[in-house]
Design a protein around this ligand. Sequence first.
Ligand code: DC
Length: 227
Amino acid sequence: MPRPLIVAIDGPAGAGKSTVSKILARRLDFTLVDTGAIYRCVALKARRQGIALDDDARLETLLHGVKVSFRVEEDVNHVFLEGEDVSDEIRTPENSLAASQVSSRPVVRNHLLELQRRLALSATHGAILEGRDIGTVVFPDADVKVFLFANPEIRARRRFEELFQKGTEKPIDQVLDEQNRRDREDSQREVAPLKPAADAVQMDSTELPLSEVVQRIEDLVLSRRRA
Ligand code: DC
């Protein structure tokens, strides 16, 4: 059987990856793999069990039992950790920071590599993977690679508005500080740091509306499919 078409969308938090990936997955009828949600589930499970985020031995044991799955319902990509819907809990500020910390541990990255590949390769038509290292490490031979970014202030504003809509008021400066810290951790870690693949198409969503980003990526996928 031929391999499903693989679309890698990498970039920092708040650049619009999730929104764009969700719309594209629906339009193309592709499987969506939110790889950040997988790291977030590992962080949540470690926190619940009181495991230190740098305790590699205990993290390794925990990883063997981790089961993450996704289900799109009414346009929301729900995330399940061993059958429990943890979509909201994995996105709290505490868990976001913890996810960034566990994602710097090689033991975690190595284990999740296979899981991410399996989820994508079991797709029927194609898979969209959004994350930080999809085009560089998980699928260096992806059919389409996009690196989506935007200036930090715009990204923090988007996050601020998202939180506001969910009923959480947090000063924008604090949102920006937390984002800067995560950016730093994600791009300075030794294993699979956040960086564009040499052959990725770079898109700046600071000025570009997300609908335009979606259209451009869809065009890339369609022309790749024709080829
Ligand atoms: O995309 P996100 O914000 O949900 O990701 C949560 C954390 O997981 C992020 O701080 C970095 C890490 N991550 C990673 O290291 N590699 C990926 N492919 C995806 C996410």
